[in-house]
Design a protein around this ligand. Structure first.
Ligand SMILES: [Cu+2]
Length: 152
């Protein structure tokens, strides 16, 4: 089901490209950099992925979800301050993270992140986790997430 949705989105992206050919509009152009996650044993049932997402294109796009064999479920989360000052996290409003044309969005500790729920493997330093990002317009973008300790 998830796979076929991805296919349909890719098809839409191709159709959108075809419709735009001949015009100057380039659409979105997504570049992912520095994708990483903190180490944790498998018994820790959840982990988070962080990265830099840049849109070098001329049209807004949005991250709408992700899939990985290493996670039972993946959600897009934001961190927020609870009443009383403790930090909490929750699914992003509208279920997506908009990446405006020409801008860079940071997924980072204490902010936006990709939540890996029901982890299937140990996240050891050096582990590479395969992740497929789903974008509203750019379709599926496969990446590798490096498990490592946070850099100062
Ligand atoms: Cu989270």
């Amino acid at each position: 089901m998830k796979r076929s949705l991805g296919f349909v989105l890719t098809l839409f992206a191709l159709l959108a490209l075809a419709a735009c050919s001949g015009s100057k509009a380039e659409g979105p152009k997504i570049v992912i950099e520095n994708a990483w996650g903190r180490p944790s044993p498998k018994v820790a049932t959840a982990g988070a992925f962080y990265m830099t997402i840049r849109n070098e294109g001329s049209e807004d796009d949005a991250l709408i979800g992700a899939d990985s064999d290493a996670c039972g479920t993946i959600e897009l989360h934001e961190s927020y301050m609870k009443e009383g000052g403790a930090m909490g996290m929750r699914p992003v409003p509208g279920g997506k993270i908009v990446i405006p044309a020409g801008e860079t969005v940071e997924l980072k500790m204490g902010g936006l992140h990709i939540m890996c729920i029901d982890k299937q493997i140990d996240f050891q330093p050096g582990t590479k986790v395969k992740l497929i990002l789903h974008f509203e317009k750019s379709g599926d973008i496969p990446i590798e997430v490096e498990i490592r300790n946070p850099m100062k």
